[in-house]
Design a protein around this ligand. Structure first.
Ligand code: TZP
Ligand code: MG
Length: 215
């Protein structure tokens, strides 16, 4: 899929769904609310999801190139300890999207050499969703990594503790302190754990749009 809009990047996490909330229903509500790209990140289940493409939203699979191949997903999101970008590129169909998690400048430099499509930078703030194995970087850390991407055409989304209550501060802080802007934000709990994921997504999306229109 070409021309992916990374502005509101949903990372799934079915363990965070409110009781009784159906996974696909929550996903569909989130997309209708404004999610622009979805990463299927299900650590505790065998992921054999057929995610509907009726909204033409790109689907990326966390960690598992084999699952991406089996499901015909648009691409993969790789962590620093997953399969290498070169190997993933050899296995996936041409044009597949490859994204990588980065926590520091050296990892971004490597991602640039590997010509990834996008990077996820974080954790920008503290999060309950993932046991972090690397430091929380704040907006200064994000900015330092964005600087490395200058002129490369590689897209960046920030992840970790991003909520409607701190999104504006995150976007604004990044630009005002570092002079570099994010292409999007990746969110798990603020959308998935909400009883109204559509409204949660719509709130985040409108804050993002407003910020971009005013800057
Ligand atoms: N990688 C860094 S932080 C994180 C991942 C997958 C979890 C982010 O979850 P939340 O709920 O949006 O803080
Ligand atoms: Mg991973």
């Amino acid at each position: 899929m070409n021309g992916v809009d990374y502005s509101l990047y949903l990372v799934t996490g079915r363990t965070l769904l409110p009781p009784g909330k159906d996974y696909l229903e929550s996903l569909e509500e989130s997309i209708r609310g404004g999610v622009t790209v979805v990463q299927v990140r299900e650590k505790d289940v065998d992921t054999r999801e057929a995610v509907c493409d009726k909204y033409n939203v790109a689907v990326l699979i966390n960690d598992r190139v084999d699952v991406a191949l089996a499901t015909g997903a648009d691409g993969v999101h790789l962590g620093q300890t997953d399969m290498t970008v070169d190997m993933a590129r050899k296995l996936l169909p041409p044009g597949s999207i490859i994204g990588v998690s980065c926590n520091n400048v050296a990892q971004v430099e490597q991602a640039v050499l590997e010509k990834v499509d996008y990077i996820g930078v974080g954790a920008v703030w503290g999060t309950q969703t993932k046991k972090l194995t690397s430091p929380i970087i704040g907006v200064r850390g994000v900015g330092a990594m964005l600087k490395v991407l200058d002129g490369t055409g590689i897209t960046a989304v920030a992840i970790g503790g991003i909520k409607s209550t701190n999104l504006l501060r995150t976007l604004h802080g990044c630009v005002s302190i570092t002079g570099h802007a994010l292409d999007g934000v990746a969110v798990v709990s603020d959308i998935v754990a909400s009883p109204e994921p559509g409204q949660a997504a719509s709130k985040l999306r409108s804050i993002f749009k407003q910020f971009n229109e005013s800057s």
